[in-house]
Design a protein around this ligand. Sequence first.
Ligand SMILES: [Zn+2]
Length: 327
Amino acid sequence: MTADGSLERYSRQMRFPGVGETGQRRLLNSHVTLCGCGALGTVLANALVRAGVGHLRLVDRDFIETNNLQRQVLFDEHDVAENLPKAEAAARKLNAINSSVHVEPVVTDIDRTNILQLVEDADLILDGTDNFEIRYLINDVAVKLGKPWVYGGCIGSHGQTMTILPGQTPCLRCVFEAAPAPGEAGTCETAGVLSPIVNIVASYQAAEAFKILTGQRAQINRELIYIDVWENIQRRIKIAPLLGKVDCPCCRRRRFEWLDGEQGSHTTSLCGRNAVQVAHRSATRLKFEELAGHLEALGEVNYNRFMLRFDAVPRRPSHHQGNKRCR
Ligand SMILES: [Zn+2]
């Protein structure tokens, strides 16, 4: 074991033969794009930053709410009070956990116009979203660029994960050709979600990330793993035979329908909240102070440098919030 002081914090991980010093150095030189910084995303980011993944780009447009705290492990009540975007609050927490890695928060929606730029320099893409449209977009861009990615999804007490190595494993569309119809798949708002399944699925994803980033591809999971912590179900579904056997529009025909805009609703998916998010792509600079001045006559206005929240009068139990990005 090297006596290199900078590696001391990783000594227990390096002692594990699958990682070792070589693997640790590879982790330190790795670049990961994590799509989504909610339930799965915060568990993933926590694991990756503690493990010393050198550069972690966190992409999420959402803001923290009190009902996130039950499962989104990097956030606390202060973050809710400050109305912080999840990516910014997570980056702040992660910098305190491990200041030697570079955490790059990006407060934006992921869509077909920006995904290439968000992932092109990454060694690995991780799915921390709650949204099938973005997963198909990730799948398209990952297959197109030949980058590995790890899918994960949770709802209620169950979740699933699979690892995609383009050309070596089936892709997401080989296994799930089409996204569930709107309303067919539950959301965490309608079906709820338990934190244990989030931690389990994200932990599988993190382990896959370690294997890929340390160069241990022979070790990766090549099955679809399904777990239900309430019904006591653990299934491993063999998907490897699908590779090259199904007429996959993405990895076989190389038609990137989501990336090219032939599929997808182009809407932003909110996790079922009674709120309206207004995103204005051409507004690169918006003076919240000025806007607040106009809105004050109509209701209650609060803002910080990331968001402006406006409650119209007459007051209702729910609020409408308009988020304008300044970046
Ligand atoms: Zn495919």
